[in-house]
Design a protein around this ligand. Structure first.
Ligand code: FES
Length: 64
């Protein structure tokens, strides 16, 4: 599903970036989400938050 039509960025691309540790600001910079018309900014941010909340906790964080 496309999240950003201006830059042709998909939900899958955003989720992959989150899994690689990118923040919304980094995703915005790398993929251009929200940098043209801006319509997708809030939904992309929400998508990042939701995907982070679904990710398992870091095993190193649990061990310490
Ligand atoms: S839809 Fe993403 S910047 Fe326009």
């Amino acid at each position: 599903m496309y999240v950003c039509l201006c830059k042709a960025v998909t939900q899958q691309q955003i989720e992959q970036a989150v899994e690689q540790g990118d923040s919304y600001a980094q995703i915005r910079q790398k993929l251009g989400v929200g940098t043209d018309c801006g319509c997708c900014g809030q939904s992309a941010k929400q998508m990042v938050r939701e995907h982070i909340s679904r990710m398992p906790p870091c095993e190193f964080a649990v061990a310490s």
